[in-house]
Design a protein around this ligand. Structure first.
Ligand SMILES: *Cc1c(COP(=O)(O)O)cnc(C)c1O
Length: 391
């Protein structure tokens, strides 16, 4: 599914050189190395402010805390994502609200969002919006799933209508671009109130352990994020608010900074692999559906960054067995939608309450897509899938 040793062979020298410099300085917590990486990230991906965090999850937590979202609040997100997206909402004491995904792109559906906010939530006399259980709805968190941006023009319009913060989960979308009809080309992470990236080792830009980043366009929010990242501390041992230890390690910042120049090339290699799969599967007809690339026609290089290559497959479970037998790497993202997780049972979402998310969980499988995947390996994946359906 993924062999990170191939990438390491390519970048070993530049990575170790920067890591060595950190050891020479013996400054491991924040400082120059972290600041330099934050600036380089901003320059490359178009954000005004970046705040290095200990993980993508912690970046999301810090954003929610910095915006003062907590007990008594509710946040709308997608049921079809990695667990952290909803877990963080719960962890700050707020209520996760789930709106179903689109069947084609698997991203949050703006029309269903509008319908939910209009028909299931109610406006208070003070203009605030209440969830069905009476919590104040404060924000939406769309996810740029598998490397394609959600339809941000549509989602931002709904959020503006209801006066909600927009937090982009860009954990899987470094380098992804969106053709906004309003603003032109926009980079993932620059389209909402604040956004977060993950540098978990398997992400398109991976650290040597856990690491993440929060970005935003407002200096005031960036200052609050820096405060929350470091226990809410203002001056030495003076705390106006309670934060956490969400700091990005200098060693991780060094690794990430060394790898930054390769991200565009790696994303292009993923796109090329996706094109080869598309050609290889062209005559399978309805049996499988290759990933929808909603912004391909825009001509933007980063219209998709294929963090995962997720197909919808007829007789999915039988295909999984066939791939295992053929020794082909594969994975299911995600086998159990978030609204059906045991820890969220108290939220009361019944089976089939969000049918598109549940259908995606039953029908999809991810195939290897990483940049260093060799042509012969990709061909053997194609062959195994074709054998399953055609033999
Ligand atoms: C990876 C991921 C996260 C969490 O990032 P970590 O760095 O692992 O904490 C959040 N959301 C999505 C969609 C992810 O893929």
């Amino acid at each position: 599914m993924l062999d990170l040793t191939r990438q390491h062979e390519r970048v070993r020298e530049v990575v170790l050189e920067r890591v060595e410099a950190v050891f020479e300085s013996q400054q491991f917590i924040l400082g120059r190395t972290v600041e330099d990486f934050e600036s380089a990230f901003c320059a490359q991906f178009g954000s005004a402010h970046a705040v290095g965090m200990s993980s993508g999850t912690d970046a999301q937590l810090a954003i929610l805390m910095a915006l003062g979202i907590g007990v008594g609040d509710a946040v709308v997100t997608t049921p079809y994502s990695f667990f952290a997206t909803a877990g963080c909402i719960h962890r700050v004491g707020a209520e996760p609200l789930f709106v179903d995904i689109r069947g084609d792109t698997l991203a949050m559906d703006a029309e269903k969002l509008r319908e939910f906010l209009t028909t299931r939530c109610r406006r208070e006399a003070d203009g605030g919006l209440r969830s069905p259980s009476g919590q104040r709805v404060r924000a939406i968190i769309p996810v740029h799933l598998f490397g394609a941006c959600a339809d941000m023009d549509a989602l931002n319009a709904v959020a503006a209508e209801f006066d909600l913060f927009v937090l982009e989960d860009a954990a899987q979308a470094i380098g992804s671009e969106y053709p906004s009809k309003v603003h032109g080309c926009q980079q993932a992470g620059t389209m909402g109130t604040a956004s977060y990236f993950s540098f978990f080792p398997t992400k398109n830009l991976g650290a040597a352990g856990d690491a993440g980043l929060a970005v935003c366009q407002s200096e005031e929010l960036a200052t609050e994020l820096r405060r929350v990242r470091n226990h809410g501390m203002d001056r030495q041992y003076q705390h106006r608010v309670v934060g956490g230890n969400f700091r990005l390690d200098a060693v991780q910042a060094a690794v990430l900074h060394a790898k930054l120049p390769y991200v565009a090339e790696w994303n292009a290699a993923r796109r090329q692999n996706a094109d080869l799969y598309r050609q290889g599967f062209a005559d399978l007809g309805e049996r499988i559906q290759v990933p929808v690339e909603p912004w391909r026609e825009s001509g933007l290089a980063g219209h998709h960054t294929h963090h995962q290559y997720v197909i919808r497959a007829e007789r999915r479970d039988a295909l999984l067995g066939h791939l295992t037998e053929a020794g082909i790497g594969h994975a299911v993202y995600y086998p159990q939608p978030l609204h059906r997780q045991e820890c969220f049972a108290h939220l009361g979402y019944a089976e089939e309450s969000l049918p598109e998310a549940e259908r995606a969980s039953r029908e999809t499988v991810a195939l290897p897509i990483y940049p260093e995947l060799r042509g012969d390996e990709l061909a053997s994946v194609v062959e195994a899938v074709r054998d399953f359906y055609l033999k």
